[in-house]
Design a protein around this ligand. Structure first.
Ligand SMILES: [Zn+2]
Length: 80
């Protein structure tokens, strides 16, 4: 059996019309306000559901840690 249905440009284009990528859905971190993926720990401050789950300072070296600590403290201060 030979499939002899002609593949027209319209058929091709209709098929490809469904191959688009959707924009990633982002939500805001309740702790630092940074954009994050929903139902995921915030990559910026390590918080999820109002508590710190991951220590984001642990993997940083001394210089970067200082910078990050300052950054987080500033955000904390701006909120209260
Ligand atoms: Zn955060």
């Amino acid at each position: 059996m030979v499939n002899h249905m002609r593949h027209t440009s319209g058929h091709r284009d209709q098929r490809r019309a469904n191959q688009t990528l959707e924009a990633v859905n982002l939500s805001k971190c309740g702790h630092c306000g940074e954009q994050k993926l929903p139902h995921k720990i915030c990559a910026n401050c390590g918080y999820y559901n109002g508590r710190q789950v991951v220590d984001v300072l642990k993997k940083l070296d001394k210089k970067e840690r200082k910078k990050k600590e300052k950054e987080l403290a500033e955000k904390e201060g701006a909120k209260t």
